[in-house]
Structures are given as structure tokens and as C-alpha cells.
Design a protein. Structure first.
Length: 358
């Protein structure tokens, strides 16, 4: 089992699917994925399923809060599909994963699961901003969690390296080394899959998680999480003509960016899918990217829209904003949308069900 930690928008799901594809295609290994979030319907789950992988999801809180359910899902995957590897992706705001998930798993179930070194994904585009000690902190600042996640790691995976220069990558590496001296780092990119084989080699090796978890006060991280409004919405889609999924997704992301400033947008994800096509897009601060398009970019048959948003915003306002965006944007396209589910809230502080430390 590989646990992939890292902050919201770091590229964990895209990396998980790329690893799964490489393991399947190049190494003839079967892979299953466990996703995790606070909401009811997860874009990441739909993306993993559309990529062809057996996927389970833990909803309503972190793996740490729902550890027994996490173990049960892993066992179900083993029983039903017998995968060679399970990749588990916790919520991007999760902290203390070494003590509340990785260590309990390797200690309590050593005969059932071999746990690879705990990997934390770091986004090179945003890392220096998050990790800077000189930035001005305000009531809306959200940056305590990424540094703690780095301290928790056994291996750091640097993503989006194609979007920044060598000087930035070197500066990120130096900053991480100052937080976790001597930490092993692997650079990769979803665009060219650089060094993906090095990560795969680690997963398939005999290398196992060994790091001793350390106790750390969780109150500051809980306060930071409480600043985030969490939105999940689902819609049935009925195209009345060919629907350009790329264009409508882009317009939705632009509308969110126009409503909220870059510092308030932590991570927004949109997924459109039908029998013959799918498109996933994400917005992190001011950076928008296409995470994947399956089949044609045009949706011709009925399908579904899933929206997940993590924004520094009161839930009521966030819900109104997201509803208005969907209604306004969809009015410009040949499509009928029917809302089938919606949830918007601020998560309460979580208490891990298991907590191992030295």
C-alpha cells in the first residue's frame, strides 16, 4: 500500500492515476485506489473510475477519523479484485497521517498489508509561497498545514516541475531540506511523467515505511481547516447538441476566479462524464489546468457534472456562488442541468480514531 499525502491541489489524484497506469502498462501490476474527502460525491473518485481503476471512497472525514472504515475498504478491494498495489489518497488538509494512518496500518495489520514509505506531494508552483516565513499572515491565511505535512513525510514528490524553472525547483528543494533535513525528493510532472519509473521502482521494492511518528499539537491545523468552506454538487446533464466539455469547464473555473481572489481559492474541481467522454479540470489559486480528457472533448449523450470546491468563504455564500455559476454558465450552452445533490459546510475539528507516536 502507498499512502500519498499532500496539500489540496498538489496533484495527488493525477499522480495516483499516472502511477496506476504505469504500473499496469509497464509492470503488469493491478492497482486499486482509495479516495477521501469531506463531501458526498468526489471528483477524484469519478476520475479514478473513468481511468479504469477499481476505486473506493471514504467520505465525511479524513482516513484518520474513519480508520476502521479505511481498513475495511482496503480489505474489500483485496477480496474483490486482488490488486497488487493499493494507492490511498487522503484529504489534502490532513495532518499527522504518519501517526494516525500509516503507523497504525503497518503496526496493526503487518500480515495483511505492506506499507510503502509515506510520500507527500508538494506542488512546485505554490511551495515557496506556502513555505515562506516572510509572508504576511492574515485571518484568511492558510499555510500551516503544508509545512507540517512535509515534516511528516518519508519521501517528498515534487510535482508540476514542468511549470517552473530550475532555479525555482532548486529553491523548493532547499526549503524542504531546511524543514526536513536529508529528505529524499523525487521530481515529476504529469505532462512528461519524468521520473515516474523511480517512484514505481520504490513502490515495487522491499522498501517499507519505518519512520517513527511524532506527537504534534493539532489545534493550529484544525483552526486552519475551519476557515475553508467545502462544497460538493452533482447535476444530471442532458445535452441538446454537442456540448464542449472543455469550454464549459473553463467558463465555470473563470467564474469562480472572478468571484473569489486567488488567495481565497484553495482548490476547485469539475468533472463532466458520460458513456463516451469525460473531462476533469482544476483551479488552484489562479492556476487552471486540465487534468484529463477521455474520448472526445464533446459530450453527445446524457451524463453527469460533479463540482467540488475548497474556498475560504462562509458556506452559505459559497453555496450561492456555486449555484449561480452553474446556472449562469450553463445558460450559454446547449444543455439542460438538473441538480441531484448538494452539500456545503465547514468541517468540524477531527479526532483520529488511532494515534501512535513516540
Amino acid at each position: 500500500m502507498l499512502v500519498l499525502g499532500g496539500y489540496l491541489g498538489a496533484g495527488k489524484t493525477t499522480l495516483a492515476v499516472n502511477l496506476a497506469r504505469t504500473l499496469k502498462t509497464d509492470r503488469d501490476k493491478s492497482v486499486a485506489i482509495i479516495t477521501n474527502d469531506q463531501g458526498d460525491v468526489l471528483v477524484d473518485t469519478e476520475y479514478s473510475k473513468d481511468a479504469g481503476f477499481d476505486t473506493r471512497e471514504i467520505m465525511g472525514g479524513c482516513f484518520c477519523k474513519n480508520f476502521d472504515e479505511f481498513v475495511s475498504s482496503a480489505r474489500t478491494l483485496v477480496t474483490s479484485g486482488k490488486p497488487d498495489i493499493i494507492i490511498a489518497e487522503p484529504i489534502g488538509s490532513s495532518t499527522n497521517l504518519m501517526s494516525s494512518v500509516v503507523s497504525p496500518m503497518r503496526t496493526m495489520y503487518p500480515d495483511e498489508f505492506s506499507v510503502a514509505p509515506f510520500c507527500v506531494v508538494v506542488d512546485c508552483v505554490r511551495a515557496l509561497g506556502f513555505l515562506s516565513k516572510d509572508k504576511e499572515r492574515t485571518v484568511d491565511t492558510v499555510d500551516l498545514i503544508p509545512e507540517h505535512q512535509i515534516r511528516d513525510a518519508e519521501i517528498i514528490i515534487l510535482t508540476k516541475t514542468d511549470l517552473v524553472g530550475r532555479d525555482t525547483i532548486d529553491a523548493v528543494r532547499a526549503k524542504i531540506d531546511s524543514i526536513l533535513p536529508g529528505c529524499r525528493m523525487i521530481e515529476t510532472s504529469s505532462k512528461d511523467l519524468r521520473n515516474i519509473s523511480e517512484i514505481v521502482d520504490m513502490i515495487l521494492s522491499d522498501e517499507m515505511s519505518m519512520k517513527a511518528p511524532l506527537a504534534e499539537d493539532n489545534r493550529g491545523f484544525a483552526f486552519e481547516k475551519a476557515k475553508l468552506g467545502w462544497y460538493s454538487g452533482t447535476y444530471d446533464i442532458k445535452p441538446t447538441d454537442d456540448l464542449d466539455m472543455y469550454s464549459i469547464s473553463t467558463d465555470m473555473m473563470k467564474a469562480v476566479a472572478a468571484e473569489y481572489g486567488a488567495d481565497s481559492i484553495v482548490h476547485v474541481k469539475v468533472m463532466l462524464e458520460s458513456e463516451d467522454a469525460a473531462c476533469k479540470m482544476s483551479l488552484v489559486q489562479k492556476e487552471m489546468q486540465v487534468d484529463g480528457i477521455e474520448g472526445s472533448r464533446f459530450m453527445k449523450s446524457p451524463g453527469r457534472l460533479v463540482l467540488n470546491a475548497r474556498v475560504i468563504s462562509p458556506p452559505k455564500k459559497l453555496e450561492e456562488v456555486m449555484r449561480n455559476i452553474v446556472d449562469t454558465v450553463s445558460g450559454n450552452y446547449p444543455v439542460e442541468l438538473i441538480r441531484t445533490g448538494e452539500k456545503c459546510f465547514m468541517p468540524k475539528p477531527e479526532s483520529p480514531s488511532h494515534f501512535f507516536f513516540e
